[in-house]
Design a protein around this ligand. Structure first.
Ligand code: GLN
Ligand code: ZN
Length: 763
């Protein structure tokens, strides 16, 4: 009877917001033009939802950069260093999101982090002793006015105080609980203002309730909302507690006996939510906003399954059909995808199509005549679905045994063999793989795409780049070289394009952060390798130098996590298929004389389920074996590296050691080597290359600074296990920055080496 969504993509049908914002940053348009574009985009998006027949339309989900940053600005949680710049409010907002530079005046951006288990990034709000919370922004209220004027049945959207506290950084001695009273006041005031505008529903997003919530945190949550309820008694606007990305088992009974008028549950990712409803019931005086249309994936909803799910909700419960989370994680419309095969096209549902699905599901659920028709059409679609199958792949998986996941001999044996085989100096130096993607590289790729140059010309160009970068690495004095990854546009797309089973969109952009987007590949058929992928480039590079060249692959878990996965196949099955395809590539590289092979897994951590108790069962139990499968068959003397670009893996150290790689390089976050202590404590066995150069900053670290870092490493870890490298690929840096920094790394390392008197110890 009622339908809604949690939120809509913000970037515009043709990424108008991205282009307008970037033009504004470059001073090509003025602020009023940017604001006009934004208003137009909002209007169109609201109209899209009205046209589709969605009843309750989210308002306030629009953002120029990030929703949590919007909430922080609404509540005056803006560090004074930005306020001191004296900018207008939009520029002050952008300064927080991306830093500010004007002459000598320069302020760094607030940090950015992955939003729960998605590939979207939020800006981390900062609380300090000077933070003074009050309602300061007018963006939300203006957008609500704008929507009401347009006749939109608005549901105002705001990030909730509990999630805000859980995701923010507290830089002084004040703790989250010290801000509770002020947050109660501020949120109450926001609610009252929206109430006075006659907004019918306010959606308060509290996805952090899907993390584990302990007793202390629960106390904070209860205190926040009891205060808000108390302060807003007599309101006629209704409050919806919206959760997503998991289930709310730790607070279910509390929130279903509270004064919330509606509870939004994610039934797609939070499968256990249905059990909670069945076990504890759902009160008749609250409305259940049922998130049944997947906001994170691009496939059509199978109505029959969804209705079966909804039918398990007791009859007396008032249900609103909704999306599982904001549609911000899917592209705008599949109608634009004219180049995917038509039998595939009809199975795609991006944001616009999902609106239609929600409305149709509502008709079916409420036994309306057009519902029956929609159900039949949908069912037919699913009955006729035909994913390209590859019996050989299926057979290969069926024949896997534990031996396929076990590399022999064990790591300590291999370590000895490899040390002897490579005879590398103490503290060997290397890089993570990519070198700066300079303009000429992008230009050549564009020319190839437009057929302005031949494949041969392009390949020769790449070979020239490889020759040059090998020479540069030799001159700098690095020990293990790379070919530079010039041939790659994107580390997942490049592999997807060369594997059977993947599809690509033309316009399937999803916001990653701010104005940046990604176009994730789609897994459609059984995945297999139909030819070598990286062998030619690696072999060419190795033929041009006496030093060792490291082969370079993207790992199975990262390829899987950064694609839109199938829903009819388990993640374990899909990732195993990808792993086998990569195993072929690894063995191919080995056969062609590549002795060191790096299998990157930067996305391993981000897909961890929100609840710790599910980390292994729902994820690591298939992710770790997939990685092992890719390299289990190589010879003892072939050295397998992996790379991860986050430093917070303290809590999955064991899983990372269990990948059974020989060497891992990772981000070691700003001289904060606490992770190193954790590695020591956990008796970590893999050789490690903690990044000694932060490639995310344009700064060139001095030789002295790096020397200090290396000396710290040497103090803490067995010297025979340490590698020296930057913390990630150099793709986004300028050549000058990259080369100068690498030179400083090598020179600093030489000094440390000289001062260590032991011979290269073989452990
Ligand atoms: N090998 C890749 C590179 O150097 C790794 C990228 C990443 O960690 N995201 O660019
Ligand atoms: Zn990285």
């Amino acid at each position: 009877m009622t339908t809604t969504i949690v939120g809509f993509p913000r970037i515009g049908h043709h990424r108008e917001l991205k282009f307008a914002t970037e033009h504004y940053w470059k001073n090509k348009i003025d602020q009023s033009e940017l604001l006009d574009t934004a208003a137009k985009i909002r209007q169109e998006h609201w109209q899209d939802q009205k046209d589709a027949g969605v009843d309750l339309v989210p308002v306030g989900d629009f953002s120029f950069f990030d929703g949590l940053l919007d909430t922080a600005n609404l509540l005056n949680i803006v560090p004074s260093r930005y306020k001191k710049l004296g900018l207008n409010s939009l520029d002050e907002y952008f300064a927080q999101a991306r830093g500010f530079q004007n002459g000598d005046e320069s302020v760094a951006a607030l940090p950015m982090k992955k939003w729960f288990n998605t590939n979207y990034h939020y800006i981390v709000p900062e609380f300090s002793n000077e933070t003074s919370i009050k309602v300061a922004g007018d963006k939300l209220f203006n957008e609500v006015d704008e929507a009401l004027k347009q006749g939109v049945n608005a549901k105002a959207v705001i990030d909730g105080p509990y999630t805000l506290l859980r995701l923010s950084r507290f830089i002084d001695d004040k703790k989250p609980e010290d801000f509770v009273d002020d947050l109660i006041e501020a949120y109450s005031s926001v609610i009252k203002q929206l109430d006075s505008k006659n907004v019918k529903w306010i959606q308060i997003d509290e996805p952090a309730l899907c993390f584990d919530v302990d007793d202390e945190q629960k106390k904070i949550f209860d205190k926040l909302y009891n205060g808000i309820f108390e302060n807003t008694k007599g309101r006629s606007t209704k409050l919806l507690l919206q959760t997503y990305f998991g289930d709310i088992r730790d607070v279910y009974e509390d929130v279903t006996t509270s004064d919330f008028d509606g509870i939004g549950l994610d039934f797609v990712e939070g499968k256990y939510n249905l059990d909670l409803v069945k076990k504890y019931g759902f009160p008749a005086n609250q409305v259940l906003f049922a998130g049944v249309v997947n906001g994170k994936n691009i496939w059509r909803n199978h109505y029959d399954d969804t209705i079966k799910l909804l039918d398990q909700i007791p009859d007396n419960v008032k249900v609103v059909i909704s999306s599982s989370c904001s549609l911000l994680h899917v592209p705008y419309t599949s109608a634009d995808e004219t180049e995917v095969p038509s039998d595939v096209q009809q199975h795609l549902a991006f944001a616009i199509e999902k609106l239609g699905e929600i409305v149709e599901l509502d008709s079916i659920y409420n036994d309306q005549a057009d519902g029956k028709r929609a159900l039949d059409t949908n069912d037919k679609l699913f009955r006729e679905i035909k994913h390209p199958e590859n019996p050989a792949v299926k057979k290969r998986i069926a024949n896997l045994s534990s031996a396929d996941y076990t590399r022999l001999p064990d790591r300590s044996e291999r370590e000895k063999i490899q040390k002897k085989e490579f005879n590398l100096p103490l503290l060997p130096t290397t890089t993570i793989g990519s070198f700066p993607q300079t303009k000429d590289v992008r230009r050549a790729r564009a020319k190839l795409r437009k057929n302005e140059i031949t494949k041969d010309e392009y390949d020769n160009f790449i070979k020239g780049k490889i020759d040059r970068i090998l020479k540069i690495q030799e001159d700098i004095g690095l020990d293990v070289l790379v070919h530079g990854e010039y041939e790659r546009n994107d580390m997942v797309e490049y592999f997807g394009e060369k594997l059977d089973g993947f599809l690509f969109t033309q316009n399937g952009w999803v916001q990653s952060y701010g104005t940046r987007g990604v176009k994730p590949p789609i897994i459609w058929g059984d995945v297999s390798r139909n030819g070598s992928i990286t062998v030619a480039a690696s072999v060419y590079a190795q033929s041009k130098t006496k030093k060792l060249v490291k082969g370079m692959l993207t790992g199975p878990v990262t390829i899987f996590n950064w694609s839109f996965p199938r829903e009819d196949v388990t993640p374990r099955e899909s990732v195993t298929q990808i792993a086998l395809a990569l195993q072929d590539e690894v063995l191919d590289l080995e056969k062609h004389g590549i002795k060191i092979i790096q299998i990157d897994e930067p996305a391993l951590r981000e897909n961890l389920p929100l609840r710790k108790s599910r980390w292994y069962k729902d994820y690591l139990d298939w992710a770790v074996p997939a990685f092992r499968l890719t390299h289990s068959k190589v010879q003892p003397q072939t050295q397998i590296h992996t790379h991860m670009c986050y430093s917070e893996f303290g809590d999955i150290i064991q899983a990372i050691d269990d990948l059974d790689a020989d060497v891992i390089s990772f981000e070691a976050s700003r001289a904060d080597f606490t992770l190193i202590d954790q590695l020591v404590k956990a008796n970590f066995q893999t050789e490690v290359g903690p990044g000694v150069y932060d490639i995310h900053s344009p700064r060139v670290p001095s030789e002295q600074e790096i020397e200090g870092l290396i000396r710290t490493l040497v103090k803490k870890l067995p010297v025979s296990k340490i590698w020296i490298n930057p913390d990630c690929g150099l793709k986004t840096r300028s050549e000058d920055e990259a080369f100068d920094s690498l030179k400083n790394i090598v020179d600093a390392n030489k000094k440390v080496r000289r001062s260590i008197n032991e011979p290269n110890p073989v452990v």
